[in-house]
Design a protein around this ligand. Structure first.
Ligand SMILES: C[S@@+](CC[C@H](N)C(=O)[O-])C[C@H]1O[C@@H](n2cnc3c(N)ncnc32)[C@H](O)[C@@H]1O
Length: 349
């Protein structure tokens, strides 16, 4: 990746683009499909790129949203760059930041998201956020973290402080850097459950309409537990053992089997989930075969393991296999995905 930090061309619009650091090149390819001349000003090495486009800010942002990128989890547009130094108090920095924010509408929900891209600071970014929140409340807005209408994005890069404000949907994710955090609990059956929770949230899946799920590659049972907790009956399939704590659920069934050799009643499930640790193409063939157990129109949530270097080509080829049976509704490299992406599919009639 070539970095060109000759900034300060006033016609350029600056964005922070965030992805998993393992897939930053794929994220850059996605951004360059919108603007092939996009310039990388900084690659901070932690999954954050600072990029400059000569396109209109809204055009670049909207075109990227319309492309529904798989690897870009978050973007934030900046309107100004302020300078900070050690002699400034956090109150002064907060005041300087707010001078660059054009207009605050009363009673709007605004989240302040501060990220440290590079540099050591004598203040804690959380305290700086607290100062900005105080000013927002004085101006009649609501300082809100969850479901904000607007987001004030701050990126700290040594003495530079990038400042921007946008409608929250423009950022792709309303979580800072697209990093959705869940509370961990010792009672969690597996951390894998967070992948399914994030997929349900990002894909806006309404679980209240689902009655019976088929969970393939289910052991030890994190995904199964999420579905059971949502009052969905689950038939879990794995060659390995499920956590015994799941036995307390009356609507839990476990089949110890290879998921590609299943014999179940056709059209008897209205959700299929698969987190099978298997090659992406073999998994797709297996899921397509299992789709006969699903009612037409049902959703499937599938992790697609990325094992080769040819990541985007693998995704394209695997999607083509799924498209024999399903419509591919969405594909996303979620914050809780490691070397994989998550697909939302819908069985065609
Ligand atoms: C990443 S783990 C699943 C974790 C699970 N989603 C959870 O939340 O606890 C992958 C599972 O796929 C299972 N698996 C791999 N190939 C399989 C196959 N052909 N049939 C059934 N299970 C399989 C493995 O035994 C393993 O338990």
């Amino acid at each position: 990746m070539t970095v060109d930090n000759s900034i300060n061309d006033k016609t350029e619009n600056i964005f922070a683009i965030t992805a998993s650091s393992n897939y930053i090149n794929q994220a850059l390819e996605e951004a360059r499909e919108v603007d092939k001349t996009l310039k990388i000003l900084q690659n901070y090495g932690n999954g954050i790129l600072l990029a400059a486009t000569s396109m209109e800010k809204e055009d670049f942002n909207n075109s990227l949203l319309n492309k529904r990128p798989v690897f870009i989890r978050h973007i934030s547009a900046f309107d100004a760059v302020g300078e900070i130094n050690d002699s400034m108090t956090k109150e002064e920095i907060a005041g300087m930041i707010m001078q660059h924010i054009d207009y605050i509408e009363k009673n709007t929900k605004i989240a302040v998201q501060i990220r440290k891209a590079r540099g050591e600071y004598y203040f804690n970014p959380i305290d700086l956020k607290g100062e900005i929140d105080k000013i927002l409340v004085e101006l009649g807005a609501e300082a809100e973290i969850k479901e904000p209408e607007y987001i004030i994005s701050i990126l700290l890069d040594e003495t530079s402080c990038y400042i921007g404000m946008s409608s929250s949907y423009m950022n792709i994710s309303s979580w800072s850097g697209g990093m959705i955090h869940y509370k961990k609990d010792d009672a969690d059956i597996s951390r894998a459950k967070f992948k399914l929770m994030e997929a349900i949230s990002v894909f806006k899946l309404d679980l209240s309409k689902i009655h019976h799920a088929l969970d393939l590659g289910a052991a030890p049972g994190g995904w199964t537990s999420v579905l059971l907790e949502n009052k969905i009956a689950v038939t879990a399939v794995d060659t390995g053992d499920m956590d015994e704590r799941l036995n307390k659920y009356k609507n839990f069934t476990y089949i110890k089997a290879n998921a590609s050799e299943l014999e179940l009643e056709e059209n008897s499930f209205d959700l299929l989930t698969s987190d099978v640790s298997w090659n992406a193409k073999n998994t797709a063939v297996m899921v397509n075969k299992a789709s006969r157990f699903l009612v037409d129109g049902s959703y499937a949530i599938i992790t697609l393991k990325l094992m080769s270097d040819k990541v985007r080509r693998t995704i394209k080829e695997v999607k083509e296999i799924y498209q024999e049976v399903f419509d591919v509704i969405a594909a996303k490299q979620l914050f809780h995905n490691r070397d994989e992406i998550t697909l939302l599919l819908r069985k065609r009639s």
